[in-house]
Ligand binder design. Structure first.
Ligand code: T3D
Length: 263
C-alpha cells in the first residue's frame, strides 16, 4: 500500500510511524485509518522490528476524528458513529495493545479526542513540555472513546478522570506527568534526542521479555493475585528457555554488556 497520510520508516529495529496530516493536526479520516491498519500489520509481520514509535508531523500529535467528515447537511443521512468506532478506532487500540513489542508514543503537540486516547493506549507515553491532552468529546456531545473510559480512571483515578472527561479542559504535559497519565515530558529542544535514546535502548533490550512484561501488566488490570502469580510462572517458564535470558545471565556472570537478539 502506498501511504499518503502517514510516514513509515524502519531503522535499527525501530519503526517510526508518523501521522502526517499536519495542516489538520493529524486528525483521522478513513484513509488514514486504513493506512495505519496496514502499517500495524506490517510491523507485526516484520521479524526485525523490536519497537514501534508513534508520533505526529508538525505542531500537533493528533486531534482525533476529522470533524469535517461529520458535517451534517440538511437532508443528508447522519453517520453511524458506532460503525466508525467498530471499523476504525476499536481495532486500532486493540492492535497497539496486542503488539508483542513495546509501543512508544512521542506526543509532539496537542493530543485531543481520540488522539489523546490513542496516546494513552501506548505502552510508554512521552511528550514535549509544550504538548497537551484534551478529552474534547464532551464539547461535541460525545463520550471519550478509543479506550478513554478504560484508561483514564486506571491511570489518574476516578476524580481526575471525571474532571478531564466532563470538562474537556486542556491538561499540560507537565500536569499529565504529575498525575501519572504519561511517563515523562522533555523540553521541546531536547525531545527528538530523548525519544531516540529511549527507542534505541528499548530496541537493544530483550524484546520477548518486554512483550511478556506488557502482557502481564495488562492482564493485572482485571485479575486476581493468584491469577497473576500463575501468569508470571508461565511467562517466566517460557522466557527461561529464550536466547536473551541465556545471554543476560552469561553477560552478568562474564561482567560484560549483554547483546540481546530479541529471541
Ligand atoms: O466520528 C467518529 O467516527 C467517532 C469518533 C470520534 C473520535 C473523536 O476524536 S471525537 C473528537 C474530535 N476532535 C475534537 O473535537 C478536537 C477538535 N480540535 C480542537 O478542538 C482544536 O483544533 C485543538 C484544541 C485540538 C487545537 O486547537 P488550536 O487552536 O491549536 O488549532 P486549530 O486552529 O483549532 O486547528 C488547526 C487546524 O486543524 C484548523 O484548520 P484551519 O482553520 O487552519 O483550516 C482546524 O479546523 C483543524 N482541525 C483541528 N482539529 C480538527 C481539525 N479539522 C477537522 N477535525 C478535527 N478534529
Amino acid at each position: 500500500m502506498i501511504y499518503e497520510h502517514i510516514l513509515y520508516a524502519l531503522d535499527r529495529g525501530v519503526v517510526r510511524l508518523t501521522l502526517n496530516r499536519p495542516e489538520r493536526l493529524n486528525c483521522f479520516n478513513d484513509a488514514m485509518h486504513a493506512e495505519v491498519r496496514d502499517a500495524l500489520a506490517r510491523v507485526r509481520a516484520e521479524s526485525n522490528v523490536r519497537v514501534l514509535l508513534l508520533t505526529g508531523a508538525g505542531r500537533g500529535f493528533c486531534a482525533g476524528q476529522d470533524l469535517s467528515d461529520r458535517a451534517v447537511t440538511p437532508g443528508a443521512s447522519q453517520v453511524d458513529l458506532g460503525a466508525s468506532i467498530e471499523r476504525n478506532y476499536r481495532p486500532l487500540i486493540l492492535a497497539l495493545r496486542n503488539l508483542p513489542l513495546p509501543v512508544v508514543c512521542a506526543v509532539n503537540g496537542v493530543a485531543a479526542g481520540a488522539g489523546a486516547n490513542l496516546a494513552l493506549a501506548c505502552d510508554l507515553v512521552v511528550a514535549t513540555r509544550s504538548a497537551s491532552f484534551i478529552q474534547a468529546f464532551c464539547k461535541i456531545g460525545l463520550v471519550p472513546d478509543s479506550g478513554g473510559t478504560y484508561f483514564l480512571p486506571r491511570l489518574v483515578g476516578s476524580a481526575r478522570a471525571m474532571g478531564l472527561a466532563l470538562l474537556g479542559d486542556k491538561l499540560s504535559a507537565e500536569q499529565a506527568v504529575q498525575w501519572g497519565l504519561i511517563w515523562k515530558c522533555f523540553d521541546d529542544a531536547a525531545f527528538a534526542a530523548e525519544v531516540d535514546a529511549l527507542t534505541s535502548a528499548l530496541a537493544a533490550a530483550p524484546t520477548r521479555g518486554l512483550a511478556a512484561i506488557k502482557r502481564a501488566l495488562q492482564a493485572s488490570e482485571g485479575s486476581t493475585l493468584d491469577a497473576q502469580l500463575a501468569l508470571e510462572r508461565d511467562l517466566q517458564r517460557e522466557l527461561g528457555y529464550s536466547e536473551d535470558y541465556r545471554e543476560g545471565v552469561a553477560a552478568f556472570l562474564g561482567k560484560r554488556p549483554p547483546q540481546f537478539s530479541g529471541r
